[in-house]
Design a protein around this ligand. Sequence first.
Ligand code: ARG
Ligand code: ZN
Length: 472
Amino acid sequence: MTQPRIPTTVLGRGAVAATVPVVVAALLAAAGPVTAAGRAGAPGVGDPYFPRAGNGGYHVAHYGLTLGYDPTSRHLTGKAVLTARATQRLDRFDLDFKGLKITGLTVDRARAAYQRSGQELVVTPRRALHKGQRFRVTVTYRGRPAPVTDPDGSPDGWIPTDDGAFVAGEPQGAMTWFPANNHPLDKSSYDIAITVPENRSAVSNGVLLGRSTRKGKTTFRWRQTEPMAAYLATATVGKFKVKQYTTRSGIKVYDAVDPREATAAAAPVLKKLPSVLEWESKLFGPYPYRAAGSIVDHAPSVGYALETQTRPIYGSAPDLGTLVHENAHQWFGDSVSLTSWKDIWLNEGFASYAEWLYEEQHGGAGAQETFDDLYATPAGDPLWAFPPGNPGSGAKIFGRPVYGRGAMALHALRTAVGDRVFFRVLRAWAVQHRHGHGTTAKFQCLAERQSGKNLGPLFNKWLYAQGKPRTP
Ligand code: ARG
Ligand code: ZN
């Protein structure tokens, strides 16, 4: 295996601390309001598109989630144990948690007062936390989880299906099934145990530690060791055909496929996963995780796939392009995380360009041809509706320009700096920010350093200028 092990800490059995990059630590430490009640953690991390997402004043190192789901009644019981560290004095702090009834809440085993308002769960520990203090929040809860509707109208979070639930949280839905610091700025390790009726499977992130059946119910215990943003967590439940194997490079693969999606066309796509990961590793550097796989659900109401960490989830059988896309996100989006949702092209533009490259290197259209075809799109088309580097609102982050013109921006960069430098930049980006965070400014800086060119005009033209660029 190629990846370095992250040192085990005393955070709990086998838990692993996620690293907090300096820039993030600074952001998370951004002072919250001082009120009559004392020092409070900010109710959001300051994301321009999702101002309530995440919270200030602390970093969550580890989530321990113990869930039980009954697909018939659609009832969820949960216990979340968050191991966190205060980055400022905290008389109170927020978590993001929407819906579901809270049945108990403690901070370091002492019952804590709390209030709820919208997605904010405001916790007042019995004793104030001092800066640097490590603390543990335990929340028990129950109820019928419901997805949130994103600004773009799509469902997000815990989405019930006819045999279980499709669970995907980009950008906001994690808070529909566990209390979280729900912004990609804060990444953590996870232990997720899910108990379901014995004729169902529960599939989550990372490695399956074990499963055990008692009194008609099976518990699946999953561990995500490497840092993960809350939106990439899943606990998908359904009737699945499961396949497990280890790749030649030692990655543990777990595939779960709804039998209704196990068509003749689907199997050859999933079988390509090891070769896709190998190809992507050659381009982007070592695969960032010890586990991989696919969750192919039958969720006709969903209509999208998500790059859930280590194991992308699909609402129906994916084609090869989609498999390449979601797995490219393991580097771009999952390992190298967003600092702000505004920079979403760093995820979607890169994953889309990975599809172009895959085509190009596997006997399909060249990337230049794909670029030219796209450039031929008339100026009035939605492709040119807004610049991908500045979508303008949370409703547009998954719009056409982010994917299409975002990929075009990378191709334009490639044309400007040449293949040798371009592929070096792509790889350096993934390697330098592995398990960390990126911003568009940092990416431009890297590309300028590696190429020795001023790329301001190019980034401006492809990422920030309104309308179809006048020249390709
Ligand atoms: N990141 C996903 C993909 O491109 C798309 C997620 C869309 N989510 C949404 N709520 N609209 O693979
Ligand atoms: Zn994507």
